[in-house]
Design a protein around this ligand. Structure first.
Ligand SMILES: Nc1ncnc2c1ncn2[C@@H]1O[C@H](COP(=O)(O)OP(=O)(O)OP(=O)(O)O)[C@@H](O)[C@H]1O
Length: 257
């Protein structure tokens, strides 16, 4: 049984059909990336998986059962920071526990442990504006992971970071993921990032009515270093193979824009 399954999902915004006939199965513990040209519906599909957006047609199954309303197993990390500027790093991370009624002292103790896991143990009292972009991402990641989601939905989480910080964060994500292998659905424009991180890369067609047109297993060994893995012949072979398909869709999207 798939952990998460899209079954013939379509989403229309008024008369515009963004995605149509999307069927996709993600196994428990699998790291799957969605790549595709701009506007093809990647974020739309993540929103459907999060239960934030009901499909116009078709359905999403979570552990075999139709998803109704918000996805209770999912944690969502967006491109923009979702952390609160008036709270410290520690209290931002503690927030999901406080919402659940965990007492303040316990929530802060657990948040402290999560800050340490993402390498911020020395900065619990800093406010977001006193942190770098990469550090804010770490706070965001800890804030999502502290809630213990079984499914991680990530929408271009590192795209605003400079390349070195981005690679550090990608390695950090892989390290945390190796610990307990959550199921991950990761959206990115960046094919290299998708290959470096994933077990599988799914290519979406240019919109309208986008759907998966390619599904590529990534049999690269783990643990991986995202900077080093990019230099291996197997990585380059996979990149060429997937780009052969993706290139046409990117050109179609630009021609239609
Ligand atoms: N709320 C909305 N109302 C109308 N149209 C929308 C809405 N949300 C998305 N769309 C349209 O649906 C299509 C898919 O959007 P989506 O944001 O999912 O694409 P994407 O692949 O994530 O894009 P990008 O890579 O640029 O972030 C786009 O054409 C977009 O303009």
């Amino acid at each position: 049984m798939a952990f998460l399954e899209f079954r013939q999902v379509a989403v229309a915004f008024g008369a515009y059909v963004a995605v149509e006939g999307v069927s996709l199965r993600v196994s428990e513990g699998e790291f799957v990336s969605l790549v595709g040209p701009t506007g093809c519906g990647k974020s739309t599909l993540l929103n459907v998986a999060a239960g934030l957006l009901p499909p116009t047609r078709g359905e999403v199954l979570l552990e075999g059962r139709p998803l109704r309303g918000l996805n209770p197993k999912a944690g969502y990390l967006f491109q923009q920071d979702a952390i609160l500027p008036w709270k410290t790093a520690l209290d931002n991370v503690a927030l999901p526990l406080l919402f659940r009624g965990v007492p303040l002292k316990e929530a802060r103790a657990r948040a402290r442990a999560w800050l340490a896991k993402v390498g911020l143990e020395r900065f619990p009292d800093r406010y977001p504006h006193q942190l770098s972009g990469g550090m804010r991402k770490r706070v965001g990641l800890a804030q999502v992971l502290i809630a213990g989601p079984k499914l991680l939905l990530m929408d271009e989480p590192f795209s605003a970071l400079d390349i070195q910080t981005r690679q550090l964060m990608e390695n950090e994500l892989l390290r945390l993921w190796q610990e307990d292998r959550k199921t991950v659905l990761f959206v990115t424009h960046d094919l290299e990032e998708a290959i470096a991180l994933s077990d599988r890369v799914v290519v979406l067609a240019a919109g309208p009515a986008s759907r998966p047109i390619g599904d590529f297993p990534i049999p690269l060994p783990r643990p991986r270093d995202v900077a080093e893995i990019r230099l291996t012949p197997e990585f380059l072979r996979l990149h060429r193979e997937i780009w052969d398909l993706l290139r046409g869709e990117v050109m179609r999207a630009h021609a239609g824009a």
